[in-house]
Write a protein of this length. Structure first.
Lengths: 112, 115
């Protein structure tokens, strides 16, 4: 049961432009959402999170948007940099539940 | 402040054998979670340990078991290895605030190949 879906396996953008990564979830009980970035041969690195009481959270070049009615979240990276090239995973959990569900990931390539 | 470290980084086992993977949590973190990441997929939750007790389990059979030690380091044991157990095993540590989940910090993973 894939409760978190990232339907785009890959995304390619030009340096300086906006990258938008999307994630959909099916479990309405999820109330805490995270984005992780993963480079080859490394573990996932926490990027940004958002709780269901918010619809936007911003940290520097990274902004996460949450649309609870659509069960959709997105990660915006502006401006994109070549060092942002990595696999991005979205994850979801409940505040009182430790079972964090991950999407399959989106490989972002930022071209110089 | 040390990060999450896992050992070994790679290993190859034969079907039917047993394996133990190790994880040292980040300083100050009392919770360790284990994940299995198959090729082309996202990490899948195996189980979590909090203060040496199992604190939640995903959809994995009992031959996947674990331990957490007083220093919060952890082991993942897998018995009767199957070919489908070949994957990247990730350990993540966190320090929930009042039972509320916070972001987890991952180690680099152990790549297990079962032949």
């Amino acid at each position: 049961d894939q409760q978190v879906k990232q339907n785009s396996p890959s995304l390619s953008v030009q340096e300086g432009r906006i990258s938008i990564l999307n994630c959909d979830y099916t479990n309405s009980m999820f109330d805490y959402f995270l984005w992780y970035k993963k480079y080859p041969a490394e573990g996932p690195t926490f990027l940004i999170s958002i709780s269901s009481i918010k619809d936007k959270n911003e940290d520097g070049r990274f902004t996460v948007f949450l649309n609870k009615s659509a069960k959709h979240l997105s990660l915006h990276i502006v401006p994109s940099q070549p060092g942002d090239s990595a696999v991005y995973f979205c994850a979801a959990s409940q505040y009182n539940n430790n079972d964090m569900r991950f999407g399959a990931g989106t490989r972002l390539t930022v071209k110089p | 402040e040390t990060g999450v470290t896992q050992s070994p980084t790679h290993l190859i086992k034969t079907r039917g054998q047993q394996v133990t993977l190790r994880c040292s949590s980040q300083s100050g973190h009392n919770t360790v979670s284990w994940y299995q990441q198959a090729l082309g997929q996202g990490p899948q939750f195996i189980f979590q340990y909090y203060r040496e007790e199992e604190n939640g389990r995903g959809n994995f059979p009992p031959r996947f078991s674990g331990l957490q030690f007083p220093n919060y380091s952890s082991e993942l044991n897998v018995n009767a290895l199957e070919l489908d157990d070949s994957a990247l095993y990730l350990c993540a540590s966190s320090s929930p605030l009042g039972g509320v989940n916070t972001e987890a910090f991952f180690g680099q993973g152990t790549r297990l190949t079962v032949v």
